[in-house]
Design a protein around this ligand. Structure first.
Ligand SMILES: CC(C)[C@H](C(=O)O)[C@@H](O)C(=O)O
Ligand code: SF4
Length: 780
C-alpha cells in the first residue's frame, strides 16, 4: 500500500490516507478497518441490529472476539461452560449472548476454556492480530493500546461496532496531528507508566482532544513493545483519539512468530516489513501541536485525585485547592479530596492502603509481572492490606508467568494469583473495592466509583504497586530496589494454539442461512437501509434545559459499570448520572439538578465545564440520556468517542466554545426557562423565540440527523468501492486477509460481502501460520 501524498506526512497521515475508501466534500471519510476486536459488553446491541436488518459480518477473517469484562477471575480448573461458570445473571447473559453471536455470525472466538482468552487489548497484539500500518477498532476506549505498533487504533461505540461488522468501514474525519517527544534516558524505577501519567499530568485529560498523538524521542524508542503499549493505552485518558508509535526493529522482533503475523522471513514477511518501515513520519512532516519532555524530569508518579491528570511524584504531597488558580480546578480539587478522603499537604508516602491490584490492559503483560515480581521476591505484603491481587492479562501471560515461577513469588508474598480478565480495573465482575477502600492500582482510570462504588483508586506502575503492597502505603519503589531497570527488549511468550470457533456443520448452515443484506445494496439516499428503521428526524427540539456546571464529566459518572450489563439499548434513563443523582443509601441527592423541578423533565443538558463525556466508549451514556428524555447536549467541548456516539443515536451534541454565548444559554437554563434548538437553521433560541446563539455542525452529520438516516444503510451503498478497496488491499498487503486461525474464511473463498453469495463449507481444523495444528477448536 504505497502512500499517495507528495508532501511530507506524519505516521498518522500515512496510515489514514492508505485506508480511505471514499471522501465527501465536507471531509467525511469512509475509512477501511483492517482489524476489529469484539467483547461482550459493547457488542450485543450491535449484533442485534445486524440481525434485525438481515445483515451479516462482512469480514469474519478480520474480526476476533473474546470475553473479558464480566468474567470472574477465580480458578477455571473445573470450567465446563460460561453459563455455569459466570454466576451473576446479567454478566452471564452478556457472556452467553456473545457466544451465541459468534456462532451465529461465524466469528473466531477465544472463550474461557482457551489460554488465548484475555483482555481484548492484550490478546490482539499477543496473537499478531494487531499489525503495523493497520486500522484497528474495538467497542472499547483503550483500543488506543494497539497504536504502539504504528497502527491507527481507536475506540468506537456500539453503533459503530455494528457499522464495522456490516461494512468493515467507518465514517470519520481526519483528526489533528499532535507530537509528544520524550528524550533522554529513564531514571531507575521509572517505567513507561510513569511517562504516560506524567504526560497526562502535563497536558491534562483534554490535552489531546481532537488529535492523534504520535509519541517519539529517544526515551520512547528505547522502550519494549509492551512498555509502548502501556503508553498508547492511556492516550485516551489524555483525550486523544489515538496514540501511535512508528514501527521499528523492536516491533518486528515482537511480531516474529506470532500466530496471526506473516510467517517470519517469508516473501510476505519481507514485503510487510518493507511497508512497515515506510510508515515513520517524514522528517519535514508538520504537527498541529508539539510537546517536548525531558525523561530526567520524570519520577515514579502516582495519582492523588479522581482524574488521571491528578498526579504528583511519589515524593510529593497531596495538593490543595490553593495550588490551583482556575476556579473550576479549585472546585474539582476540593471535591476530589473529599471523595478520596485526603487532606492537602499529606505526604503521598504516608497514605495507607487497603488493597493492591496489579492487572488491566495497561499493565498485565508478562514484562509487567516480571518487573513487579522482582520487587516482591522474598518479601511479604504488609499486614494492613486486606487483599493484594495479580491478574494476568491473558491465559498465555498467566501460563508464561507460571513457567517462570512468578506465580510462586507472588503467592509466597501473600498475593492472590488469578485468571485473566479485566478484574478490578472496572469491577463489572466480582472483583471490586468496598466503599472507601483505598487501592494502589496499575489500571488506567481513577474516576469516582471506578473500582467499586465509593472506592478510592491511586494509579501507578507495576513496580510501584508492588512496592506499595510490601510497604502497605503508597511507596517509592526506588527505596526497595537498587536496580529497578526500565523496560527494554521484547519478551518471549508462548502462545496457546487453542481457538474456539463454530466448526460443526449446523453452525455453518446457520451462517449460510442468514439472508443477504439489503437485496443489492441499492437503497435510496433518502431512505435507511432495508430492515433498518433509522431515527426520528431531528429538526427542532424544545424544552427545559438542565444546567450542569462541571468539567471533565466522564462516562463512568454518566452511567456507571453496573448498568452496562444489559443487552438492550433502552431502559437506562433511571441510571443516568447515578453516582451524582443518588446517595449511597439509594435516596435522591437533592442538590443534583435532575432532582429539582423543573429539571426532572429536562430535554436538553447545558454543561458549562469542558470535555464532557470523557473516558470510556460506552454508548450506554447517550442511551441513558436519550432514555431520560435528553436529546441535545450543549457544552464547550466533548470527548471524541462520546461526541460520535450521540450522533449515532439521532441526538445532537452542540459544541459551544464561545463562553459568552454559552453563559447566555446557561442563564436561561438556570432560570428554568425552555430553550429551543433549531438544527436546520443552526440556532439556539429562548422560549420567546429570540436568538441566543448560532452553532456549528458538520454537514454530513446534520444531513443524517435532519433526515433521520441510518448511516450503515448509506455505507452499504458504497459496496462497489469497498470491494475495490479490498481487492487492492489483497494485492498490496495480502497478510491482512485472514491468516492463522482466521484463514478459513479466506480459504473458503468468501469475503462475506453484502450482495455476494457466500459459500461456507465446514473446514478441517486449521493450522496456524507456523504450521502447527490447533487444539480442539470448539469448547462450547
Ligand atoms: C466497557 C467499555 C465500554 C469500557 C471502555 O470503553 O473503556 C471499559 O473497557 C472501561 O475501561 O471503562
Ligand atoms: S480499561 Fe479496564 S475494563 Fe477497560 S478494557 Fe482495559 S482492563 Fe478492561
Amino acid at each position: 500500500m504505497p502512500s499517495a501524498a507528495r508532501q511530507p506526512q506524519t505516521l498518522y497521515d500515512k496510515v489514514f490516507n492508505d485506508h480511505i475508501v471514499n471522501q465527501q466534500d465536507d471531509g467525511t471519510v469512509l475509512l477501511y478497518i483492517d482489524r476489529h476486536l469484539v467483547h461482550e459488553v459493547t457488542s450485543p446491541q450491535a449484533f442485534e441490529g445486524l440481525e434485525n436488518a438481515g445483515r451479516k459480518v462482512r469480514r469474519p477473517d478480520c474480526t476476533l472476539a473474546t470475553t473479558d469484562h464480566n468474567v470472574p477471575t477465580t480458578p477455571r480448573k473445573n470450567f465446563k461452560n460460561v453459563a455455569d461458570f459466570v454466576k451473576e445473571d446479567d454478566s452471564r447473559l452478556q457472556c452467553t449472548t456473545l457466544e451465541e453471536n459468534v456462532k451465529k455470525f461465524g466469528l473466531t472466538y477465544f472463550g474461557l476454556g482457551s489460554a488465548n482468552q484475555g483482555i481484548v487489548h492484550i490478546i490482539g497484539p499477543e496473537q499478531g492480530f494487531t499489525l503495523p500500518g493497520t486500522t484497528v477498532v474495538c467497542g472499547d476506549s483503550h483500543t488506543s493500546t494497539h497504536g504502539a505498533f504504528g497502527s491507527l487504533a481507536f475506540g468506537i461505540g456500539t453503533s459503530e461496532v455494528e457499522h464495522v461488522l456490516a461494512t468493515q468501514c467507518l465514517l470519520t474525519k481526519k483528526s489533528k496531528n499532535m507530537r509528544i517527544q520524550v528524550d533522554g534516558p529513564l531514571s531507575p524505577g521509572v517505567s513507561s507508566k510513569d511517562i504516560i501519567l506524567h504526560v497526562i499530568g502535563h497536558i491534562g485529560t483534554a490535552g489531546g482532544t481532537g488529535a492523534v498523538v504520535e509519541y517519539c524521542g529517544s526515551a520512547i524508542r528505547g522502550l519494549s513493545m509492551e512498555a509502548r503499549m502501556s503508553i498508547c493505552n492511556m492516550s485516551v485518558e489524555a483525550g486523544a483519539r489515538a496514540g501511535m508509535i512508528a514501527p521499528d526493529q523492536i516491533t518486528y522482533d515482537y511480531l516474529r512468530g506470532r500466530p496471526l503475523a506473516p510467517t517470519p522471513d517469508s516473501a510476505e514477511w519481507k514485503k510487510a516489513v518493507s511497508y512497515w518501515s515506510s510508515l515513520a513520519s517524514d522528517p519535514e512532516a508538520k504537527y498541529d501541536t508539539e510537546v517536548f519532555l525531558d525523561a530526567k524530569d520524570i519520577t515514579p508518579t502516582v495519582s492523588w485525585g479522581t482524574s488521571p491528570q491528578d498526579v504528583v511524584p511519589i515524593t510529593g504531597v497531596v495538593p490543595g485547592p490553593d495550588d490551583f488558580t482556575d476556579k473550576a480546578k479549585k472546585e474539582s480539587c476540593e471535591r476530589a479530596l473529599k471523595y478520596m478522603g485526603l487532606t492537602a499537604g499529606t505526604k503521598m508516602e504516608d497514605i495507607e492502603l487497603d488493597k493492591v491490584f496489579i492487572g488491566s490492559c495497561t499493565n498485565a503483560r508478562i514484562e509487567d509481572l516480571r518487573a513487579a515480581a522482582k520487587v516482591v521476591e522474598g518479601k511479604k505484603i504488609a499486614n494492613n492490606l486486606t487483599r493484594a491481587m495479580v491478574v494476568p492479562g491473558s491465559g498465555n501471560v498467566k501460563n508464561q508467568a507460571e513457567k517462570e515461577g512468578l506465580d510462586k513469588i507472588f503467592l509466597d508474598a501473600g498475593f492472590e494469583w488469578r485468571e485473566a480478565g479485566c478484574s478490578m480495573c472496572l469491577g463489572m465482575n466480582p472483583d471490586i473495592l468496598s466503599p472507601r477502600e483505598r487501592c494502589a492500582s496499575t489500571s488506567n482510570r481513577n474516576f469516582e466509583g471506578r473500582q467499586g462504588a465509593y472506592g478510592r483508586t491511586h494509579l501507578m506502575s507495576p513496580v510501584m504497586a508492588a512496592a506499595a503492597a510490601i510497604v502497605g502505603k503508597l511507596a517509592d519503589v526506588r527505596k526497595l530496589m537498587d536496580n529497578a531497570t526500565p523496560q527494554k527488549g521484547s519478551p518471549t511468550l508462548e502462545i496457546s494454539e487453542h481457538v474456539d470457533e463454530p466448526s460443526d456443520s449446523e453452525d455453518m448452515e446457520r451462517i449460510m442461512d442468514l439472508p443477504q443484506d439489503g437485496t443489492s445494496g441499492a437503497t435510496s439516499h433518502s431512505l435507511p437501509a432495508k430492515g433498518s428503521p433509522g431515527f426520528p428526524k431531528f429538526e427542532t427540539w424544545k424544552g427545559i434545559a438542565a444546567p450542569l456546571d462541571r468539567a471533565n464529566v466522564d462516562t463512568d459518572a454518566i452511567i456507571p459499570k453496573q448498568f452496562l450489563k444489559t443487552i438492550k439499548r433502552t431502559g437506562l434513563g433511571k441510571a443516568l448520572f447515578n453516582p451524582l443523582r443518588f446517595n449511597e443509601d439509594g435516596s435522591e441527592n437533592p442538590s443534583f439538578v435532575l432532582n429539582q423541578d423543573p429539571y426532572r423533565k429536562s430535554k436538553i443538558l447545558v454543561v458549562t465545564g469542558v470535555n464532557f463525556g470523557c473516558g470510556s466508549s460506552r454508548e450506554h451514556a447517550p442511551w441513558a440520556l436519550l432514555d431520560y428524555g435528553i436529546k441535545c447536549v450543549i457544552a464547550p467541548s466533548y470527548a471524541d468517542i462520546f461526541f460520535n456516539n450521540t450522533f449515532k443515536n439521532g441526538m445532537l451534541p452542540i459544541a459551544m466554545p464561545d463562553e459568552s454565548k454559552l453563559n447566555a444559554i446557561a442563564e436561561k437554563a438556570k432560570a428554568g426557562e425552555e430553550i429551543e434548538v433549531d438544527l436546520p437553521n443552526q440556532v439556539i433560541k429562548d422560549a420567546q423565540g429570540n436568538k441566543l446563539a448560532d452553532f456549528e455542525v458538520e454537514e454530513f452529520r446534520k444531513h443524517c440527523l435532519v433526515n433521520g438516516l441510518d448511516d450503515i444503510g448509506l455505507t452499504m451503498q458504497m459496496d462497489e468501492k469497498i470491494s475495490k478497496f479490498e481487492d487492492r488491499r489483497t494485492l498490496d498487503a495480502p497478510w491482512l486477509d485472514g491468516s492463522g486461525y482466521l484463514a478459513k474464511w479466506r480459504k473458503q473463498g468468501e469475503k462475506n460481502a453484502p450482495g455476494k453469495p457466500v459459500k461456507v463449507e465446514p473446514v478441517p481444523v486449521p493450522k496456524t501460520n507456523r504450521g502447527q495444528p490447533l487444539i480442539d477448536p470448539n469448547d462450547w
